[in-house]
Design a protein around this ligand. Structure first.
Ligand SMILES: [Ca+2]
Ligand SMILES: [Ca+2]
Ligand SMILES: [Ca+2]
Ligand SMILES: [Ca+2]
Length: 138
């Protein structure tokens, strides 16, 4: 141990700076604050440390660290939130998405050949029915 030594995570103050296993340790890891405890941290709050403290996660990617039900492992549902942190809110793959059928003639009855999963009724300009004027669930 001497001031020229490199600090490493070993329980010793290798470089004699008075700090044992400080953030300057060569093999320190970066962890991220995980306020909601879902094991995904907030990339905006990193911490370089030898020992991951309580309340920190080894991976970031939590797009809402105030909601434990929102993280990359979550299932997207139609609720106005980006549950699975993929950057899209209530995407067509949501677990409880409705199936809509194109109603090209506007009689209120859709065409089973033109089904589309979505949280909200598609607009007339949505694929796969560019000529549809309305869409309806059935
Ligand atoms: Ca050390
Ligand atoms: Ca989290
Ligand atoms: Ca999403
Ligand atoms: Ca959602």
């Amino acid at each position: 141990m001497n001031p020229d030594a490199t600090e490493v995570c070993d329980g010793l103050d290798n470089n004699c700076d008075g700090i044992t296993d400080g953030a300057d340790a060569a093999d320190a890891q970066t962890v991220y604050a995980d306020t909601d405890g879902d094991s995904y941290g907030d990339a905006d709050f990193p911490l370089v440390t030898c020992e991951r403290p309580e309340g920190y996660a080894e991976r970031a990617l939590d797009c809402d660290d105030g909601d434990g039900a929102v993280n990359p492992d979550a299932t997207e549902v139609c609720d106005g939130l980006d549950n699975n942190c993929d950057g899209a809110t209530d995407e067509d793959t949501a677990a409880d998405a409705n199936t809509y059928y194109a109603d090209r003639d506007g009689d209120g009855h859709g065409d089973a050949d033109y089904a589309l999963a979505a949280c909200e009724a598609p607009t007339a300009t949505s694929p796969p029915t560019r000529t549809a004027t309305t869409a309806t669930a059935r």
